[in-house]
Design a binder for this molecule. Structure first.
Ligand code: MTE
Ligand code: LUZ
Ligand code: MOS
Length: 759
């Protein structure tokens, strides 16, 4: 169960964009960016910059031969700002020089004359000012007004969740060179090679077939390179095309942090109604999403917030409205969970508030309202193969919640200044791109005459192990040694019209396409073998570990020999196949449909200890039962769960993206933006696979894993909150994440100066 990539990573042998050998004469680029968040460009003076020796060109909007437009869903974003700038860090000019130091120096010498315009950074203020990227959307089930009137308890509240920096190890970048006929070849660190191809073709004013994009692997993406890798590739291509030279652009870390978008911060309101028993009868939520200065993927992210606004619960009466608010921040973008986590944090806050006010346990309310088979989501889909209760039950079997509570209570009664808390987080996450058309992929498989196999798909390897999963699929079909199988780079000339590697769907979509293509080849090979062995029924032929079998009898024929025979028989040893997820649809005019092929399920418990004098805390343990389906690669899947959990805990606790009122990013380095390191990570992370849980909608019964585990991290906020309540029961703690140590202290001590331990 080795993941071959990790061996090369450790040896430093894996290549990323900046490691690839480039021709002598390759030029380096640097992006000159807006220093202000909103204004009109009155003049750009490049005299001083152009005088620097080694500067080859400074390109602006006027140099773009095609359309100066990079917007994916909505065409509202320029590659290089022409007349106005809308956020600090918006690209205005592209400096190309002999090396990056010169390019950077020249960029600093460009002088701008702006007429400043008002800056909005707050999504609620943007909504008030009518700065909406699209009209608000509402998902509805039942009738909340009638239902609230019948509730024994109704609570309202406000919830805030912050942004999150992707912090992929490899920063954004691309290398491009001109090719014969006016085209370009691009090596990009992107999750979406086709997005890069489309945007570059538009910028250069050439057809897509003149742009070839190749991705070997990327050093992490986490959503940050689903759409936002395109501008850097387009700039490198623009430089290459205009100067007729190879051009490389790698964003330095601080610039990457400053100018690229992040997870969307949300500000939300909730209203929850329950009966005395703790059943949730009605729920309303209003989400204000901070989209930043352009749409990017915000409208799709917002939609997923609505899809996941009730998390793992069945609520008969729901009304959720979401606003996509335009502000003067860098356009925010996809980030693991894609708006789902933001929606789930709000319903979990509403439940926590209800539990606190009603004097019930949160877990009791959570459990009482879990989804059952056939329950309807506010978007019309009824849940099938629902495993959320099974996960809950299994978790309780493994870890007696009463024992945990007792242990925590015992600790709290014998400690004055340190307090412990725990929280449970169920996760139900819809699997499919919510834009139905994106749920397609294809694969191209070649078998060479020496029996080695080459597989190209749309999937981009970004550390999530998708290549190993595709290899596993091919190996299962052919029953040959895995060393025979090579997963090729992701390339738009070999595999066209690809969806980005995103939505946790890469292994599903590309796995199915690979399976199909391999089965086509296997079918041909069986016929060749039957002929060779003089057997009538080619259906009786199988390959078992490199040997050809007739029924259950071993023959003398090996895979190598069979390939040779097929070749001399002039049988094609190449196959291409396409896969599209069946039975999914969504009607945006009604906001109803069946957007997801299936759901991912799991339940986690997080325990934390808070130092109530210093405000610091430790996440003690994370215990999870997760439905992995029948895993294609348990080592990778477990790693995905652990990584996602820690990333989720980071979002909820220590990772704080701060902008000042002028829209300047204050947390633009690792000194000011803290992410969980190995010392912060819980010593005890136990991820268990839900047993006997094949998924009929995944290749070989496997299940998507990339994003769902991030949401267990939400329990970290509530574990810390619960510990704080043990220190000071009457403490008014905002539903505001991240719960940084500063926020812990401010919450505990803002209103009273006298220490009053709760027990
Ligand atoms: N794991 C690593 N190591 N690096 C990444 O960039 N991205 C995550 C997840 N796991 C990511 C990762 C995100 S946001 C997604 S959508 C999925 O991987 C995408 O890959 P998959 O579809 O193959 O699961
Ligand atoms: N990207 C996308 C995604 O374009 N559509 C989605 O539904 C999605 N979901 C999760 C992550 N990325
Ligand atoms: Mo992941 S946010 O779908 O790239």
């Amino acid at each position: 169960m080795k993941n071959y990539d990790s061996i090369e990573h450790v040896r430093g042998e894996s290549l990323f964009v900046d490691d690839q050998l480039t021709p002598i004469g390759t030029l380096l680029g640097y992006v000159a960016c807006s220093p202000i968040a909103h204004g009109r460009i009155k003049n750009i003076d490049m005299t001083k910059a152009l005088n620097i020796k080694g500067v080859k060109a400074i390109l602006t909007a006027k140099d773009i031969p095609g359309e100066n437009q990079i917007g994916g869903i909505i065409k509202d974003e320029e590659l290089l700002a022409d007349k106005e700038v809308h956020f600090v860090g918006q690209p205005i000019a592209f400096v190309v020089a002999d090396n990056q130091i010169i390019a950077h120096e020249a960029a600093e010498l460009i002088e701008y004359d702006f007429e400043k315009l008002p800056v909005i950074t707050d999504p609620r203020k943007a909504a008030e000012a009518g700065e909406l990227i699209q009209p608000p959307r509402t998902f509805k089930l039942g009738n909340t007004d009638e239902a609230f009137a019948k509730c024994d308890f109704v609570f309202e509240g406000k919830v805030e969740s912050g942004g999150q920096e992707h912090l992929y190890l490899e920063t954004q970048g691309a290398f491009a060179y001109p090719v014969e006929g006016g085209g370009v070849k691009i090596f990009s660190s992107t999750q979406g090679p086709t997005a890069v191809q489309r945007v570059t073709a538009r910028i250069l004013g050439i057809p897509m077939h003149k742009v070839e994009v190749d991705v070997l692997r990327i050093g992490g993406g986490f959503g940050g390179k689903e759409d936002q890798a395109s501008p850097w590739a387009a700039l490198a291509a623009l430089g290459a095309k205009i100067l007729n030279k190879p051009v490389k652009l790698i964003l330095p870390r601080q610039q990457d942090m400053k100018i690229t978008g992040k997870r969307h911060p949300y500000s939300s309101d909730f209203k929850i109604g329950l009966n005395k028993e703790g059943e949730i009868l009605a729920y309303e939520a209003v989400f204000y999403q901070n989209a930043g200065a352009a749409a990017d993927l915000s409208t799709a992210v917002l939609e997923r917030t609505l899809f996941h606004c009730t998390n793992s619960y069945f609520i008969p009466n729901v009304k959720a409205t979401a606003y996509c608010c335009r502000t003067n921040l860098p356009p925010n973008t996809a980030f693991r969970g894609f708006g789902g986590p933001q929606g789930m944090f709000v319903i979990e806050s509403a439940i926590a508030k209800a539990a606190e006010e009603m004097g019930m346990s949160t877990v009791e309310i959570q459990k009482k309202n879990l989804l059952d088979e056939g329950d309807e989501f506010p978007y019309g889909q009824r849940i099938e193969h629902c495993r959320i209760r099974r996960c809950f039950t299994e978790l309780e079997k493994k870890y007696n919640l009463y024992d945990i509570k007792k242990r925590v209570d015992d600790f709290n009664s014998s400690n004055k200044m340190y307090k412990k808390g725990f929280a449970v987080m169920p996760v139900t996450f819809g699997i499919s791109f919510t834009s139905t058309f994106m749920n397609q992929a294809s694969a191209l498989v070649h078998i060479y005459t020496d029996g080695s196999i080459s597989i190209s798909t749309a999937a981009v390897e970004m550390g999530q192990g998708v290549n190993e999963k595709i290899r596993a699929v091919a190996q299962k079909v052919f029953s040959v040694n895995s060393e025979r199988i090579k997963i090729e780079t992701t390339n738009t000339t070999r595999v066209a019209n690809t969806s980005p590697t995103a939505a946790s769907k890469a292994a599903d979509l590309n796995g199915y396409a690979t399976q199909k293509a391999c089965e086509i080849l296997l079918g041909r090979l069986k016929k060749v073998a039957a002929k060779e062995l003089n057997i009538e029924q080619h259906n009786n032929i199988s390959i078992q570990q490199e040997i050809i079998f007739n029924k259950d009898e071993k023959t003398d024929l090996t895979f190598d020999k069979l390939i040779q025979i097929a070749y001399f028989d002039r049988i094609s040893l190449s196959a291409q196949a396409h896969h599209a997820t069946p039975h999914i649809h969504f009607d945006k005019t009604k906001e109803k449909g069946q957007p997801f092929a299936y759901h991912a399920y799991g339940v986690g418990i997080v325990e934390a200890t808070v130092d109530c004098i210093r405000g610091t805390y430790k996440i003690d343990s994370v215990k999870v039962i997760h439905d992995f389906g029948k895993s294609l690669h348990p080592v990778i899947d477990k790693g995905q769960a652990e990584g996602g959990i820690i990333q989720g805990i980071g979002w909820m606790t220590m990772e704080e993206v701060l902008y000042n009122e002028e829209g300047q990013l204050l947390t633009n380095a690792l000194s000011t933006y803290k992410i969980p390191d190995i010392h912060f990570s819980p010593d005890d992370i136990q991820v268990h696979f839900l047993e006997d849980a094949p998924n009929p909608y995944g290749p070989f019964n496997s299940k998507a894993i990339g994003e769902p585990p991030l949401m267990y991290g939400i329990a970290a906020y509530f574990a810390i909150r619960n510990a704080m309540k043990k220190f000071k029961a009457e403490c008014d703690i905002e539903f505001k994440a991240p719960m940084t140590p500063e926020r812990v202290l401010l919450s505990l001590y803002q209103k009273t100066t006298v220490l009053k331990p709760a027990n």
